[in-house]
Write a protein that binds this ligand. Structure first.
Ligand SMILES: Nc1ncnc2c1ncn2[C@@H]1O[C@H](COP(=O)(O)OP(=O)(O)OP(=O)(O)O)[C@@H](O)[C@H]1O
Ligand SMILES: [Mg+2]
Length: 262
């Protein structure tokens, strides 16, 4: 299993004004591996994800301390091109957020923003990205129809295809299966494993223990802005992970376990 570090966060603190939201977080994201990030609501999971591709730059009174590197380059260095950074570190959100454009234009968007003009190249990349996101067969005959007419699960796969079109090294996924139905979840999980196998490093937030156990190679646990535990799935038992995430274990706790952060 690859141990090639893509993103390295060291001693990261983040403040919303006076509020200290992230406290001294050190975590690495590896190529080809899926890291799950779990913890109670409000503990800072989304804040941490947003630090990794500088989405928190947009927050007034936001302040970051510490260092975050992508391929050993400090992503907060003054000369960093943030558009290029977000191309390499893609983001998929809980609620599918396709643009009110055609399916084709949603996937082509990142290429156009990055100045790509070659129509053949764009067409090929759109097809390839839709195939990687397991959506091609369902939309190949309606590429120029509105993305908003797709089902929730299809929209989420479209958002994954949109992120993939610019060939990210890392994908950040903030509860990517929460807003879609059970059948569509399986699709998203298969895509995540297949993208990791293709070399992408994935950090995903979830509140579902079954997802953690089925999908992740590593599990990071946060509580009140701190990273409180980090496990390798090959070494940690389910009971260990459950205990660290401070929820019950055994049959009586089975329903409770479903929602780690409820
Ligand atoms: N824009 C903001 N301004 C001020 N405080 C914020 C802002 N965004 C988040 N916070 C606060 O920072 C803390 C961490 O929030 P964050 O959204 O990162 O938590 P989370 O772990 O993703 O929670 P959830 O599981 O509910 O999505 C919370 O106390 C939240 O209220
Ligand atoms: Mg969140």
């Amino acid at each position: 299993m690859s141990q090639e570090v893509k993103i390295s966060a060291k001693g990261v603190n983040f403040f919303y004004g006076d509020f200290h939201a992230l406290k001294d977080i050190t975590l690495e994201i590896y190529k080809s591996r899926v890291t799950a990030l779990i913890g109670p609501s409000g503990c800072g999971k989304s804040t941490f994800l947003r630090c990794l591709n500088r989405m928190n730059d947009l927050i007034q009174k936001g302040r970051l301390e510490g260092q975050i590197c992508l391929d050993n380059q400090n992503i907060y260095a003054p000369d960093v091109d943030v558009v290029m950074l977000r191309r390499k570190v893609g983001m998929v959100f809980q609620k599918p957020n396709p643009f009110p454009k055609t399916i084709f234009e949603n996937v082509a968007y990142g290429l156009r923003v990055n100045g790509v003009k070659d129509r053949d190249f764009i067409g090929e990349r759109v097809e390839e990205s839709l195939k990687r996101a397991a959506l091609w067969n369902e939309v190949r005959d309606r590429l120029f129809g509105s993305a908003l007419d797709l089902s929730g699960g299809q929209q989420q796969r479209l958002c994954i295809a949109r992120a993939l079109a610019v060939e990210p090294a890392v994908l950040l996924m903030d509860e990517p299966s929460r807003g879609i139905d059970i059948g569509a979840k399986g699709d998203v999980f298969r895509i995540m494993r297949s993208l990791a196998a293709q070399g992408i490093g994935i950090l995903f937030v979830t509140s579902d223990l079954d997802e953690v156990l089925a999908l992740s190679d590593r599990v990071a646990v946060m509580s009140q802005g701190r990273l409180t535990a980090l496990f390798d799935r090959a070494e940690a038992s389910e009971a260990t992970i459950v205990a660290a995430s401070s929820i019950g274990h055994g049959p009586a706790a089975a329903s409770q376990r479903k929602e780690l952060t409820a």
